[in-house]
Design a protein around this ligand. Sequence first.
Ligand SMILES: *[C@@H]1O[C@H](CO)[C@@H](O)[C@H](O)[C@H]1NC(C)=O
Ligand SMILES: *[C@@H]1O[C@H](CO)[C@@H](O)[C@H](O)[C@H]1NC(C)=O
Ligand SMILES: *[C@@H]1O[C@H](CO)[C@@H](O)[C@H](O)[C@H]1NC(C)=O
Ligand SMILES: *[C@@H]1O[C@H](CO)[C@@H](O)[C@H](O)[C@H]1NC(C)=O
Ligand SMILES: *[C@@H]1O[C@H](CO)[C@@H](O)[C@H](O)[C@H]1NC(C)=O
Ligand SMILES: *[C@@H]1O[C@H](CO)[C@@H](O)[C@H](O)[C@H]1NC(C)=O
Ligand SMILES: *[C@@H]1O[C@H](CO)[C@@H](O)[C@H](O)[C@H]1NC(C)=O
Ligand SMILES: *[C@@H]1O[C@H](CO)[C@@H](O)[C@H](O)[C@H]1NC(C)=O
Length: 381
Amino acid sequence: MIPPRASLFLLGALAKLTSGATTTATFTQPAAAPTDTSSFYVGASNGSLPYTATVPGLVFDRFIQVWLENTDYSAAAAQSVFQTLSQEGITLSGYYSLTHPSQPNYVAAAGGNFWGLASDDEVTIPANVSTIVDLLDAKGISWAEYEENMPTDGYLGDNFTNPDGYTYYKRKHSPLVSYDSVNQDPARLARIRNFNDFAYDVGNNTLPQWFFVTPNMKDDGHDTGIAYASDWLNYWLVPLLQDPNFNTARTLILLTFDENGNHAINNEIYSILLGGAVPSNLRGTIDNTFYTHYSTLTTVQNNWKLGNLGQQDCNATLANVFQFVADATGYKNNGMTNGTNLPLLNITGTIPGPLNPDYWAPWPAPNTSCVGAGGGFFWSK
Ligand SMILES: *[C@@H]1O[C@H](CO)[C@@H](O)[C@H](O)[C@H]1NC(C)=O
Ligand SMILES: *[C@@H]1O[C@H](CO)[C@@H](O)[C@H](O)[C@H]1NC(C)=O
Ligand SMILES: *[C@@H]1O[C@H](CO)[C@@H](O)[C@H](O)[C@H]1NC(C)=O
Ligand SMILES: *[C@@H]1O[C@H](CO)[C@@H](O)[C@H](O)[C@H]1NC(C)=O
Ligand SMILES: *[C@@H]1O[C@H](CO)[C@@H](O)[C@H](O)[C@H]1NC(C)=O
Ligand SMILES: *[C@@H]1O[C@H](CO)[C@@H](O)[C@H](O)[C@H]1NC(C)=O
Ligand SMILES: *[C@@H]1O[C@H](CO)[C@@H](O)[C@H](O)[C@H]1NC(C)=O
Ligand SMILES: *[C@@H]1O[C@H](CO)[C@@H](O)[C@H](O)[C@H]1NC(C)=O
């Protein structure tokens, strides 16, 4: 047996050899294991999340999203860790990001709209704008975000520089923190947690039913490239897939990217559905259905019958439910696949909205008459 550190070193060295110019750094393991705390993660944990009873979903009881950064489909597909993981899950060959740059995609995955945003500048979104956590809280479904190298829980700063002088954490990659409905509520803010908390939550088997994972600016590939992010996956995600406190028979995991790298082509990103909830006969298969980041909302809404936000999560063009989930619940998707004429989602800055200074439009009221994958508008459900 090669000891884990040595094999990681070897992987780092191989990635460096094969990927050429994009890899600028050799992967450095941030902790002894993904289940361990580390002084590198800065703030000491405040203990694990309280235990809450599992609210059963129709197809899965836990949904985990792990977002990496800025990579074209073909570049991810060339990495051996993606090839290996694709054999254990469903590869989504029609999954698109929504726009450029990073931040609007994260914000959209929380609130069902990117509000015209086309920058990574710090924004705040009024308290009467709902997000997925309003829907989850209404049903008692526990949730959290885990932000690597965020120094303290619910940290509101734009970024954080570690004692080594490197800025590993940036707020622009945190989907919920910009929503006043979250950042003005201390109980909710405490659920935006760091990786030392993750270690306690996984160790004490208190990981929530919905959570979002943001690796730091190096580990997600943003500052380093896909070879480095692949090494991080081998260090972090691959062993956790075998950990019953993380991946149960009822866990669905989405591994994806915020956006692609080449803005001159449509915004296709490499995504895989993993975890015990993926039916064994579908492991190693490819699903060509057209998905976007809004599909993360509709799949969760469909699974727990949560209703909808009345935003783009209710736009039938953009928000197909992951097909194996739709098949199990009887939900009908729109039939669009990567073979059909898809909307261009590489358009930046020309979508009107309240966060677009060049094309301003008021905050869009939710469409309360829309019926989506989880039923009607969530207030009236
Ligand atoms: C469980 O959480 C407590 C604090 O809540 C912590 O002291 C302990 O180390 C954690 N256990 C594991 C295995 O992570
Ligand atoms: C999806 O369709 C586009 C446009 O036809 C094509 O360039 C791309 O290679 C397709 N993606 C996959 C994974 O086949
Ligand atoms: C834990 O709570 C203490 C006291 O409120 C705080 O100083 C510390 O930053 C917190 N740690 C984290 C990781 O948030
Ligand atoms: C971090 O945030 C501060 C305050 O907003 C800003 O001045 C600085 O440029 C930011 N640094 C990085 C590396 O983003
Ligand atoms: C978006 O991608 C299409 C090709 O799929 C390309 O024709 C177009 O120029 C791109 N748009 C931008 C703004 O780069
Ligand atoms: C739904 O999405 C399509 C594709 O992006 C867009 O053209 C359309 O305007 C959207 N509909 C609404 C009601 O926002
Ligand atoms: C939210 O509040 C603002 C005023 O702060 C108001 O203009 C807007 O219509 C409200 N939006 C909704 C969806 O209630
Ligand atoms: C709201 O949703 C309904 C039902 O899908 C649709 O008929 C209507 O056009 C939508 N309204 C707006 C303003 O998009």
